[in-house]
Write a protein that binds this ligand. Structure first.
Ligand code: PRP
Length: 182
């Protein structure tokens, strides 16, 4: 199906169909990895929300689902101080945990969340992201599973925002630099 691009976007990166198909492939890999276990899948709000729902429904593994809040951009385009609400609503001790993200940029969010869960006694912590932007890393971090790699540019849609806008676009696109002053 032809994607009608929002006027603030300059280029379509991944259509809804490509996202769905890539998500199914990663779900199959995760089913294999978690065979015979009941992991806790944790959605890192807000950006991962749509990927999380689609990924979990594509998996056959009987996962539990939990949510936590991490935010570093705070309405701007530049990554700032990481804010993590780590008042967990679940007990990580002894559990196999799957952290689900929309994008890994500097690597700070997932690195910090993973370390914190392991410190609290998680049995294992794996990470999965819809998008990986290796060129933006500020700390050393390698994600276990990813759907797509992306290059430079401000990415929006399918959960990802600029100043809280564009999250509910069904596709992933590059935002026009004029919109974010890039
Ligand atoms: C985005 C994204 C990741 C994080 C990745 O969240 O959802 O959580 O940034 O960046 P990093 O690798 O540099 O840490 P954001 O802070 O924009 O909050 P949001 O998910 O609510 O949009």
């Amino acid at each position: 199906m032809e994607t009608e691009l929002h006027e603030d976007c300059e280029k379509l990166l991944f259509s809804a169909e490509e996202i769905a198909s890539g998500t199914r492939s990663v779900a199959a890999l995760l089913d294999e990895a978690y065979r015979g276990t009941t992991p806790v899948a944790v959605c890192v709000l807000k950006g991962a929300v749509f990927f999380f729902c689609d990924l979990l429904r594509a998996m056959r593994t009987p996962a539990e689902i939990e949510f936590l809040r991490a935010s570093s951009y705070r309405r701007g385009a530049t990554s700032g101080t990481l804010y993590v609400d780590d008042a967990l609503s679940f007990e990580p001790r002894g559990r196999d945990i799957l952290l689900v993200e929309d994008i890994v940029d500097s690597g700070k969010t997932l690195r910090s969340l993973k370390a914190s869960l392991l410190e609290r006694g998680a049995k294992s912590v794996k990470t999965v992201t819809l998008l990986d932007k290796p060129s933006a890393r500020k700390v050393s971090f390698e994600v276990d599973y990813k759907v797509f790699d992306v290059g430079a540019g401000f990415v929006v849609g399918y959960g990802m925002d600029y100043a809280e806008k564009y999250r509910n676009l069904p596709y992933i696109a590059l935002l026009k630099p004029a919109i974010y002053g890039g």
